[in-house]
Design a protein around this ligand. Structure first.
Ligand SMILES: Nc1nc2c(ncn2[C@@H]2O[C@H](COP(=O)(O)OP(=O)(O)OP(=O)(O)O)[C@@H](O)[C@H]2O)c(=O)[nH]1
Ligand SMILES: [Mg+2]
Length: 301
């Protein structure tokens, strides 16, 4: 039997469940997930295997109306993820249906997916009654000729196997693109920074998560098998620094502990994580911050 390998882009509005689906497909948490919009900032690749087929899932930032440079770079990365892939999966939320944001994505979809197969995945079906799903399936397919429609719950796992099997059959024949045991194509220092950013996003309120970024500054392998990881949290104002620190440093302490626990689980060894906060009013306009995130600064122009 011959092998197959290819790329599947997951696109959709912020919060649709793209990262949750990628993690489920891969069977490990390689992309961070929160209940807040605009969690994912770059294209994150996770590798799954179905029979003789290697599927490379590309998680993308959500598609929304961009305002800031960072937003524009994120949206550009998402659309370019779609145009590079063999197959595109558009995720929408069952309970929200065809929102204005979905309408805008549908307008751009023919252009971005030219000639490639596109599946619709109606996600979060655990949140609605089935009659609603049939109507939504029909309505969406009247607007765009999807090759397939899947009703899924990325979180609970419903319908995900069927989607993966169909995707596997659509991948081009060819050798595998990654070693058999590789699950992500993202530098470890970036996965580590993302884990900290996830914990910060979960802990902090309002706009603050959108006004900070995390970078891994240093990674040192120790003789005892543990790793020492130093990370910088860039914030925009002194006041933000105080909030991230929390009373008596309580907030940053809890964030650090949660991120460390997850890193240790991911790496299977002990981690010493050191977090430092840096006030950098203009980090959103610094090219280096974008390359650290895996984004193209010029896309934000
Ligand atoms: N009930 C339910 N919740 C889900 C499901 N899939 C994802 N979620 C939740 O939806 C929220 C957003 O999930 P993410 O995977 O971060 O969404 P995303 O599309 O990657 O979002 P961005 O990165 O912001 O574009 C999280 O709270 C998930 O737990 C599902 O099938 N059912
Ligand atoms: Mg995401």
């Amino acid at each position: 039997m011959s092998t197959r390998a290819g790329f599947v882009a997951l696109i959709g509005e912020p919060n649709a469940g793209k990262s949750t689906l990628l993690n489920r497909m891969v069977g490990a948490k390689v992309s961070i997930v929160t209940h807040k919009v605009q969690t994912t900032r770059a294209r994150i690749r996770g590798v799954a295997i179905e029979g003789e087929t290697q599927l490379i899932f590309v998680d993308t930032p959500g598609l929304f109306q961009p305002r800031r440079r960072l937003d524009r770079a994120m949206v550009a990365a998402a659309w370019s993820g779609a145009s590079d892939a063999d197959v595109v999966v558009l995720l929408i939320e069952a309970h929200r249906g065809m929102t204005e944001g979905v309408e805008r994505i549908l307008e751009n979809l023919p252009n971005a997916t030219k000639g490639r197969k596109v599946a619709l995945a109606i996600n979060k079906i655990d949140r609605v009654e089935s009659p609603k799903l049939l109507a939504l399936t029909q309505k969406m397919n009247e607007r765009f000729a999807f090759d397939e429609t899947y009703l899924i719950s990325a979180e609970k796992g419903h319908g995900v196997d069927a989607l993966r099997q169909w995707l596997a059959g659509e991948m081009p024949e060819g050798p595998w693109l990654y070693p058999e045991d590789q699950i992500a194509d993202l530098p470890m220092r970036m996965i580590a920074a993302e884990m900290t950013r996830e914990k910060l996003t979960l802990r902090l309120h309002q706009e603050l998560p959108y006004q900070l970024t995390v970078e891994t500054e240093n990674w040192e392998e120790r003789d005892d098998g543990s790793a020492r990881i130093d990370q910088l949290i860039y914030v925009m104002r002194d006041g933000h620094k105080g909030i991230v620190l929390g009373r008596k440093g309580e907030t940053i302490k809890q964030v650090g502990a949660a991120a460390r626990a997850e890193l240790e689980e991911f790496l299977g060894r002990r981690v010493h994580l050191f977090l430092q906060i840096k006030v950098r009013p203009n980090w959103l306009e610094e090219a280096e911050r974008y390359s650290e995130m895996g984004l193209d600064f010029k896309d934000g122009n």
